[in-house]
Design a protein around this ligand. Structure first.
Ligand code: ZN
Length: 257
């Protein structure tokens, strides 16, 4: 295996509180040279930054509020995020977006919080990490408004080839995770077959969406290799192509060196 970057992992999650150091040590064993740890709200954004400070060689943070907590987003919080984002260990605004599957917050509140955080990313010239579930219509509409002014990734992409084309045409990377290894994952397999290597990121979304053969257990960055292997198999190319391109893409997008 070559060096790999896990472009999306929630290592601040409580499910890692008993053995976080071991999980991070296992990254090295499998040549996961870095994980991007997005925040999901103010509290976890602070935790993400603290982790990046503790492991500056291995973890970079993003700060932002997930649509589930969209009602916490206000001007004061944005000021806080702006201060945090001045830290060189913060490499993106995220994860932000829309979630019409759970609908934990009113959709107008979600859209407003999303736009405010997209504006912040544009102001700070940082990439965005986007969560999108059952909300393609509004997502495409909003991202089109920002076309050419923002860069980022549609994380945990599980959509059709048609949607994959729309998001890459808008300049976004697509983040593929464990779902691609699931038995009934037809749509996302087709999209993985289609996605140009120049637009591909790989991720775990740990502790969620654990790939086969560990499906059902807690996910962790070292498992990103299963996703890389599966995408290589789907595309009929060597896994080093997948890890190589996705690493370079992550470094470009997040400005890593
Ligand atoms: Zn996530």
């Amino acid at each position: 295996m070559n060096d790999i970057i896990d472009s999306h992992a929630h290592l601040d999650d409580n499910r890692f509180s008993m053995d976080r150091a071991d999980v991070i040590a296992r990254m090295e064993e499998y040549r996961i040279i870095m994980a991007i740890n997005p925040g999901a709200n103010y509290e976890s954004s602070k935790k993400a930054l603290r982790l990046a400070k503790k492991y500056p060689e291995k973890i970079k943070a993003a700060v932002g509020t997930h649509p589930h907590d969209a009602d916490e987003v206000n001007l004061l919080l944005l000021e806080e995020y702006e201060k945090m984002a001045k830290d060189p260990d913060v490499v993106a605004i995220g994860e932000i977006g829309l979630d019409y599957y759970y609908d934990n917050c009113d959709r107008e509140v979600q859209k407003n919080a999303f736009r405010m955080q997209l504006d912040l990313a544009e102001k700070l010239n940082l990439p965005v990490i986007i969560h999108n579930r059952d909300s393609d219509g509004d997502m495409v509409e909003i991202l089109s408004e920002y076309q050419g002014r923002l860069r980022g990734v549609i994380h945990s992409f599980t959509g059709s080839v048609e949607m994959a084309k729309r998001y890459t045409n808008l300049g976004f990377y697509l983040g593929f995770g464990g779902v691609v290894t699931f038995k009934n994952a037809r749509k996302v397999v087709e999209s993985a077959a289609w996605v140009p290597l120049e637009r591909l990121l790989i991720e775990t979304d740990a502790p969620y969406l654990t790939p086969v053969p560990h499906r059902g257990k807690r996910n962790e960055p070292s498992y990103v290799r299963y996703t890389a292997e599966k995408i290589a198999e789907i595309k009929g190319i060597h896994v080093a192509q997948i890890t190589g391109y996705s690493k370079r893409n992550a470094m470009d997008l997040f400005g890593l060196r």
